[in-house]
Each structure stands twice: as structure tokens, then as C-alpha cells.
Design a protein around this ligand. Structure first.
Ligand SMILES: *[C@@H]1O[C@H](CO)[C@@H](O)[C@H](O)[C@H]1NC(C)=O
Ligand SMILES: *[C@@H]1O[C@H](CO)[C@@H](O)[C@H](O)[C@H]1NC(C)=O
Ligand SMILES: *[C@@H]1O[C@H](CO)[C@@H](O)[C@H](O)[C@H]1NC(C)=O
Ligand SMILES: *[C@@H]1O[C@H](CO)[C@@H](O)[C@H](O)[C@H]1NC(C)=O
Ligand SMILES: *[C@@H]1O[C@H](CO)[C@@H](O)[C@H](O)[C@H]1NC(C)=O
Ligand SMILES: *[C@@H]1O[C@H](CO)[C@@H](O)[C@H](O)[C@H]1NC(C)=O
Length: 516
């Protein structure tokens, strides 16, 4: 496959992880799939037509599973909506649904025993791929589950739930996990499960994995509960994520979540340029292999060996993982100790009017990601600036190359739709206008060394760094300086800086149904 595509990024990033020779590791694969869509998703199809449609996508899955297996993959992850597509109604998706028996109650390999449950062609096909290629396979598909209105008050009027579902097969083709998406994102065809599900599965090569889907990554349940309370350190993550800069490009947030929680994230996105969907990767807390191609029209298989992180699997081997030191003295000590030069020679502004008006601490508002951020502009080539919103205060120590690009440090402390954010973000503005700060741009020429600090009321903060051309990066250092103050620093990046963020989520203040 030709790798010469405009807008294409494939990179290894971050600090290289040093693995002791005998440290347990495994080979993971994710496939970004260009889903073949039903052109009329609102028109109901009968079962045989729905199957014809899904088989077009399954054929690609089958090829890619074989290619991954040839490269030694032991697990492969396919994206959300990758088999059926999107924009269905509750009625029009009917022909696509399969009933997936609960793997905690029924042990079933659809490939070995295809007639045990009716209308399960897709499960059969996926199960055979896993068995034939001897690997664990994670796919997302629409499923149904009958319910009884007399005993279940949540049961929909038509007597069945319809779920956006991840299904996991082991290397024998047996269904080992089934997860119903908790946090739906405008998905008229699906129901929210009546109870929150925390789904994990065990593998012989890497111990336990957890799973959730797309929008779930922004909420406490099940994502943060799995990772922070249940000790799951490996996640398989099918997604159909629409890129939104400057804070939520897919690989940007995947990178930030894996780094911020210290887990391995196997993220497979759907590829659909019309809907700005692209961006997949294999992320460990230290490094990553990512793919982002906003223009091209093909899928992409990523395969990579990664260390096992499940503590119960590695046991005493834990010490053999050589973590990048978080204790070496910071490169930051060579930095200016005062900001006296902040408005000196290297001022970014080229129009006198702006320089006159825009001396160091002028605060302004601009809309970023639909939220009203409070910002302060970066003046000169180095400086020390702050901006606050309520109890969330952001401080930035920076040194930048002398390029005519405008940057600002912004803060947001409030509800975004139903979820509560506490954000410090250094962004490249798309023009010299203050109102352009928060606009979407993928590119930047300016090299920025920085130390960004924020005071938060939440411990759940995801540090993210995005370089020019959607290249992901991680801090050199980060950590809590006090109970409520988190910092990250990064110097010497080789690409221009698009965004550096401390993306805090205060789940307590969310306006969503809480899980018991
Ligand atoms: C399903 O729909 C297609 C297209 O409308 C039609 O050709 C086919 O006969 C239908 N099949 C059945 C089993 O009803
Ligand atoms: C899965 O379905 C495709 C498309 O119909 C078919 O070509 C393939 O043989 C099936 N594979 C398995 C393993 O059942
Ligand atoms: C629903 O549950 C009630 C009470 O257990 C039972 O009497 C009824 O037959 C069930 N209905 C269906 C459709 O299974
Ligand atoms: C950092 O390293 C020094 C010397 O290697 C050691 O004495 C100190 O305890 C370490 N500090 C932390 C917080 O690990
Ligand atoms: C930056 O400003 C903060 C608060 O104004 C101050 O505490 C800190 O010492 C300054 N750092 C430098 C390197 O000037
Ligand atoms: C953003 O907030 C500021 C300060 O509260 C306010 O003056 C401004 O009108 C807001 N902007 C928008 C677009 O809501």
C-alpha cells in the first residue's frame, strides 16, 4: 500500500520505552476502516439486504485480520460502526441486529456451532476470522436484547433493547466479552443499557483488557472506573470519532487519555473523510504508533509489539519495565527566571496597533470548541503569563521561536453540554485576531518550549500535546506539584506547536445519569 498520501501522518512518538529482553510483551493490531455505508440508512432493509451490505465490510475485515496475523498480531481491534455504518433510525436498523448471548452465561463459538442461535451470520463470520487466524478479535456491531415490560421498567415499548455493542472473540472463536455502549452520541437507533457495564476479558498473552466505545472515553463510567478503580491497564477502544481541533482531534485525545491514566489504548477509528473521522493508534503511556489521514480514502492497518501492563499478569516483572525517569532534574532550569524580556525584541505582533493594545496581560474571550474561553495572548518570544476562571488558574512559562504566529493561553471552567470541564490550553490562533483563538488549524511553524501549570478541583486531568500536521506528543515531565496543581513541561519539539492542554474533567459536576 502506498504510503505517499497528502495529509498522511504515521509516526512513532514520545520517549522510547526500554524493554528488558525477557519482559512480557505481545503484538497488537488496530485497523482504521473506511466503512462502506448504506446510502439510505433511514430506509429499513430486510435481513438479506442488510447482510449483503455488512458482508462488504466484513470482506475487508477478513483480509486485514489475515494480514495482521501474518505480522504476528495476537489481538486486532476494528472500529465502531465499521460493519454497519451510521445514521439509522430505531426502525431502519432492525435488519442489521443480532442477538448476542451473554458470554458470562453461555460459552459459544459461532464458527464451531453456527446453528445454535438464529440470525447470527455476522457473529459467525467474525468468529471464524478469529479462529482461522488464531487471534483475539474485537468488533463493534448493532445488537438486540429482548426484555419484558412487566418486570423491567426500562424495557422499550417494542419489547427489545437495541445496543451499540462491542463483541470480543478469543483465538478459538469463542465470544468472551460483550459490551453495550453507555454514553451514546446522538444515536437514534440505540438504547442506553439499563445498568452500567464494566466489561473485561482475559487473554493468555497479556492478562486483562477492558473495553468501551468512542464518546465513553469522556465520561467516568465505565472508562475511568475500569482504569482507576478496577485496575485495568489495557483498553480496546472502537470509535467513530469526528475530529475537532484544537482540543479533541482523535489521536490527540487518545494520546492524552493513555498518557494521563498510564494505560495502553488500542484505538481503532472509522475512516470517513466526509464526517472528519480519522485517527487511530496503538498507545502506551510512553510512546505510540498513530495514523491520521484527513484526505485519503483508504483504511490502514497498524501493528506493533507492546509491553504487557496488567499488574496481575506481570507480577514481579513490573520492575523490568524501565519507566522514563520522572525524577531527572527538569530541563526547565535553564529557563529565564523573570519575564522582563516579554515585550522585548521578538514580539510576534507586526502591526503597531496590536502591540500597543496588547501588552502582556490583556484578557479577552473567544469561543473554542463551542465554549467561551478566557484567554491571554503570548507576547514576545518568552514570558510568564497566567489566566484564571474561578478556581481554575493556568500559568505558562514559555520560550518560542520568532515566527509571525499568534498564540494564546486559555482557561475554561464550566459545563460543556452535560459534562463539566476544567481546561488550561495553549493554542495556536488561526490568524492575528483574538477571535481566531480556538479556531481549527492543523498546522504551526512555531517551536515552543513550555511549562504549563493549572490548579484544578478534579484529579482527572489529561495532558495533551499536538504538533503540526496532527502529530502527537507527550510531556517530558508532568505531575502534581501540590494537591490541586498539575504541571507538564516540554522542550525541544521538532514540529510547531498546535495545542498544549491540561484537559480536566470534573465528573462529579456532570449532568448525566450516574451509575450506582
Ligand atoms: C429483500 O429486499 C430485497 C431488495 O428490496 C429484495 O430483492 C429481496 O427479495 C428481499 N428478500 C426477502 C427475503 O424478502
Ligand atoms: C464472511 O463473509 C464473507 C462475505 O460474505 C465471505 O466471503 C467469507 O467467506 C465469510 N468468512 C467466514 C470465515 O465465514
Ligand atoms: C413477562 O413477565 C411476566 C411476569 O413474570 C410474565 O407473566 C409474562 O409472561 C412475561 N412476558 C413475556 C412476553 O415474556
Ligand atoms: C530522585 O533521585 C534521587 C537520586 O537518584 C533520589 O535520592 C530521590 O529520592 C529521588 N526522588 C524521587 C521523588 O524519586
Ligand atoms: C512565573 O510567575 C509565577 C506567578 O506569577 C511566579 O510564581 C514564578 O516564579 C514565575 N516564574 C518565572 C520563571 O519567572
Ligand atoms: C463570553 O464571556 C464574556 C465574559 O463573561 C462575555 O462578555 C461574552 O459576551 C461571552 N461571549 C459569548 C459569545 O457568549
Amino acid at each position: 500500500m502506498a504510503l505517499v498520501v497528502i495529509g498522511f501522518v504515521l509516526c512513532l512518538s514520545g520517549l522510547p520505552l526500554i524493554l528488558a529482553a525477557d519482559y512480557p510483551s505481545y503484538v497488537a493490531a488496530v485497523y482504521e476502516h473506511r466503512v462502506l455505508l448504506n446510502p439510505n440508512p433511514k430506509l429499513p432493509l430486510n435481513r438479506s439486504s442488510a447482510l449483503e451490505h455488512m458482508k462488504q465490510n466484513l470482506r475487508v475485515f477478513e483480509e486485514q485480520t489475515a494480514l495482521a496475523a501474518q505480522q504476528g498480531a495476537q489481538i486486532i481491534v476494528f472500529p465502531e460502526d465499521g460493519i454497519h455504518g451510521f445514521f439509522f433510525t430505531r426502525e431502519s436498523i432492525a435488519g442489521y441486529l443480532e442477538a448476542i448471548p451473554d458470554p458470562q452465561k453461555v460459552t459459544w463459538s459461532p464458527c464451531a456451532d453456527p446453528l445454535r442461535f438464529p440470525d447470527t451470520e455476522v457473529l459467525h463470520n467474525l468468529s471464524c476470522m478469529a479462529l482461522k487466524n488464531r487471534l483475539f478479535l474485537v468488533a463493534n456491531m448493532p445488537s438486540r436484547l429482548s426484555c419484558n415490560r412487566t418486570v423491567d421498567p426500562h424495557c422499550p415499548a417494542d419489547g427489545q433493547y437495541q445496543f451499540n455493542t462491542n463483541v470480543v472473540f478469543n483465538d478459538q472463536g469463542v465470544i468472551v466479552a460483550r459490551y453495550h455502549k453507555q454514553n451514546l452520541y446522538f444515536e437514534a437507533s440505540f438504547d442506553t443499557p439499563p445498568e452500567c457495564e464494566y466489561i473485561t476479558f482475559n487473554t493468555p498473552f497479556a492478562g486483562r483488557f477492558g473495553t468501551f466505545i468512542c464518546y465513553d472515553i469522556l465520561f467516568r463510567d465505565p472508562a475511568v472506573t475500569l482504569v482507576k478503580e478496577m485496575g485495568i491497564r489495557q483498553i480496546v477502544f472502537p470509535t467513530a470519532w469526528m475530529n475537532k481541533l484544537p482540543l479533541l482531534a482523535s489521536v490527540e485525545f487518545q494520546r492524552a487519555f493513555s498518557y494521563g491514566t498510564g494505560i495502553t489504548l488500542l484505538a481503532a477509528n472509522t475512516h470517513s473523510t466526509n464526517y472528519r473521522m480519522t485517527g487511530s493508534g496503538i498507545f502506551t503511556p510512553w510512546d505510540s504508533l498513530t495514523y491520521h489521514d484527513a484526505k485519503g480514502d483508504s483504511g490502514k492497518l497498524l501493528v506493533r509489539r507492546v509491553p504487557v501492563l496488567d499488574p496481575s499478569f506481570i507480577g514481579d516483572d513490573n520492575h523490568k519495565l524501565v519507566y522514563p525517569s520522572s525524577n531527572e532534574s527538569e530541563k526547565m532550569h535553564v529557563w529565564p527566571t523573570s519575564s522582563s524580556k516579554a515585550n522585548g525584541d521578538g514580539k510576534y505582533c507586526r502591526k503597531d496597533s496590536e502591540c500597543a493594545e496588547g501588552t502582556s496581560s490583556s484578557i479577552f474571550n473567544s469561543i473554542m470548541m463551542s465554549d467561551n474561553f478566557t484567554l491571554v495572548s503570548l507576547q514576545g518570544t518568552e514570558g510568564n503569563i497566567s489566566v484564571c476562571s474561578g478556581s481554575v488558574c493556568c500559568h505558562l512559562l514559555f520560550r518560542r521561536s520568532d515566527t509571525p504566529e499568534f498564540y494564546a493561553l486559555g482557561v475554561f471552567n464550566g459545563l460543556h453540554r452535560a459534562y463539566y470541564l476544567e481546561i488550561c490550553a495553549l493554542v495556536r490562533c488561526t490568524s492575528e485576531k483574538q477571535s481566531s483563538c480556538g479556531g481549527q488549524t492543523e498546522y504551526a511553524e512555531t517551536l515552543v518550549d513550555f511549562r504549563l501549570t493549572g490548579t484544578f478541583t478534579t484529579p482527572h486531568v489529561y495532558p495533551g500535546i499536538l504538533g503540526s500536521g496532527i502529530t502527537v506528543d507527550i510531556p517530558d515531565h508532568s505531575g502534581w506539584e501540590s494537591e490541586n496543581q498539575l504541571y507538564m513541561s516540554r522542550t525541544g519539539m521538532s514540529t510547531g506547536l498546535v495545542t498544549a492542554m491540561l484537559y480536566g474533567r470534573n465528573y462529579e459536576k456532570d449532568n448525566v445519569k450516574k451509575c450506582a
